[in-house]
Design a protein around this ligand. Sequence first.
Ligand SMILES: [Cu+2]
Length: 324
Amino acid sequence: MFVRVRIIRKRSPRLYNHETKLNKNEYNRNICRRRREFGVLQAGGNSSGLRLHCSIGTGTVSVYIASPRNWQINLQKSASPVMAHTARLARLTNILLIPTAVIFPIIIITLCIKYNENVLTKHKRVNTSVLLEGLWATIPAAILVCICSPSLKLLKRQLIQKKAPYATIKVVAFQWYWNYEYSFKQNKFKYDSNIIRDDQRQSLRKTNLKSYPRLLTVDYELIIPATQVIRLLITSADVVHAFAVPSLGVKTDAIPGKINETWLKATRTGIYYGQCSEFCGKDHSYMPIAIRVTDEISFKNWTQKANVDLENAFNSLRNEHRDE
Ligand SMILES: [Cu+2]
């Protein structure tokens, strides 16, 4: 068995005419074709410009896994437009807050020491400065405006999707599993998605712990196509739960008796993991969410098969992706 790592370096847009001798449209078409060939559609939030693909033996493994890492402190890598904007806002907030968190305590401690009770009693006078008072009122206000404006824009982006959805999926939360109900063209079916036990891994062909991490892997994932707008109608059959997938920037409460609508658009194929994010009882920690993002053709084939035989549909999908 051999492992070959292929690195595709993103070409600079400056090279449109000089190096490639192609105009902008031809260049974009070529890049899209190359990405399709290697299973990469578009990587949101990846600024490195590098893509890694490993060929192991004869089968190509290109499945992208979005799951939390040990000791992770940053957000998960974004794979949707909403999450890319959320990550940008988080970076901006940190840039503004970290100096504030360092500088302000230093100023407060210095002033407390320099102008302590003894000093003030001795001089018996209070210094006033209009400039200083103006600054400490306007600087915090300016910082809040800097955070507030992009935050409201992001909220609007999350809530409003003008494009008609490619598919609508109803998500129903139960104690302690998820149920997904599809209504895509003539295909109407639903199934439960439960966390798997270790002794089920062999039969479900999910033995690879990197692709199928412990406590996050489910028997049947939610299947969606990449680069398409998917509308989710989220509700609960018992108590309040929350449907949350960090890489896709989705977190919506599942409330009994109420349907919450949200949308998502994954920019690349892969498996995305999330968890119920509202405490819902003793097995709250054991109702993970797994979303498998496929290309559009695989999604259409899968819905047709799933309408007839769900087990067979998932088996073919696993064979196609070779992610064991
Ligand atoms: Cu829960």
